[in-house]
Design a protein around this ligand. Structure first.
Ligand SMILES: NC(=O)c1ccc[n+]([C@@H]2O[C@H](COP(=O)([O-])OP(=O)(O)OC[C@H]3O[C@@H](n4cnc5c(N)ncnc54)[C@H](OP(=O)(O)O)[C@@H]3O)[C@@H](O)[C@H]2O)c1
Length: 294
């Protein structure tokens, strides 16, 4: 497992430019594509190192104006850049890969953020031997607190993984895992923000039931969520230890936790996350149907 911040050496022999100065293309610069793009700019990448594509002309104008990058068509971008970050929806993958395949070179590195599309499926649509890395990001990347899991394809090298780790470290943390874990990762960190937002919604609603103004309840809950996450991260303590520290025998927290156990909230989380993992597997199987990535 690789975590962001590890040193991988300098493959290009001393250049100080991020990404070893290589050009990066973001193909399909929608929500997630812009998240990666803005993170790279904040991390010190030069707009000259980045090109991007999108179907809609108004989106192209918007991104060029906001970040000072060059917007190209997919073929021009794929021909110009070393690293191709593919961020279209899974159902748009086959068309995009067919478009760029003819201009790829043996040096091209294809980085796919499309949920549920495996590296073998992508490799099957590209010239033999193309290096592919698969990524499962999550939305907190928008505030540079993302959690991305990356998996190598059949032809990607440790240097490719190091390069992708550097790119994604601009928007948060990165782990490297074998691809067989990607359905579990999707269920935990890909969908995870939604579960935590669900808990936040429920706690705010509870605060309102107890008579607190909604904005006060929101402030109390959001800061409690943020502070609890920081406490976990900074102390490295097990969550059970931290929970027990706020749970005096016979006290208020014990009364609340008893209710959560009675309502089988822990079991509900395990069941929910298993359902997400199963759905991820189903969608991946659909994407392998003979008519291509859907
Ligand atoms: N958002 C997340 O939380 C999240 C998390 C994990 C993974 N992902 C993955 O990230 C990928 C993108 O998601 P998103 O939420 O960013 O979607 P999105 O906002 O729809 O972005 C995709 C963009 O690609 C454009 N596009 C589609 N086909 C194209 C083509 N052939 N050439 C150039 N541009 C093209 C789309 O244009 P149009 O608007 O005209 O269609 C759109 O602007 C998905 O595969 C998703 O599985 C997203």
């Amino acid at each position: 497992m690789t975590t962001a911040g590890e040193s991988f050496g300098d493959e290009a022999g001393g250049t100080a430019l991020p990404g070893d100065g290589r050009t990066l293309a973001i193909l399909g610069a929608g929500v997630m594509g812009e998240t990666v793009l803005s993170g790279l700019i904040r991390a010190g990448w030069s707009p000259e190192q980045i090109v991007a594509t999108d179907r809609r002309p108004e989106r192209q104008v918007e991104l060029a104006g906001r970040y000072g990058i060059t917007m190209l068509d997919n073929v021009e971008a794929a021909a110009r850049a070393h690293t191709l970050v593919v961020v279209v929806k899974p159902q748009d993958m086959a068309e995009l890969l067919a478009e760029i395949a003819p201009v790829l070179t043996p040096e091209s590195l294809v980085v796919s953020l499309a949920a549920g599309v495996d590296t073998a499926t992508i490799e099957g649509q590209l010239p033999a031997g193309t290096a592919v890395v698969r990524v499962m990001p999550n939305t907190p990347a928008q505030v540079d607190e993302g959690m991305a899991a990356i998996s190598p394809g059949a032809h990607s090298t440790p240097a490719d993984l190091a390069h992708v780790t550097e790119i994604l470290s601009a928007t948060g943390r990165v782990v490297t895992l074998p691809e067989r874990y990607q359905d579990a990762v999707t269920a935990i960190s890909g969908s995870g923000p939604a579960y935590l937002f669900f808990v936040v919604e429920a706690m705010i609603e509870a605060g309102v039931h107890l008579g607190l103004p909604r904005d006060t309840a929101t402030e109390l809950v959001v800061q409690t969520m943020l502070g609890s996450a920081k406490l976990l991260r900074e102390t490295g303590e097990h969550p059970t230890v931290l929970r027990e520290r706020v749970t005096s025998p016979g006290g208020t927290t014990a009364a609340a936790v008893r209710q959560l156990e009675d309502h089988k909230v822990r079991a509900a989380f395990i069941g929910a996350i298993e359902a997400a993992r199963d759905r991820s597997r189903d969608l991946a199987a659909l994407s392998k149907r003979p008519e291509g990535v859907r």
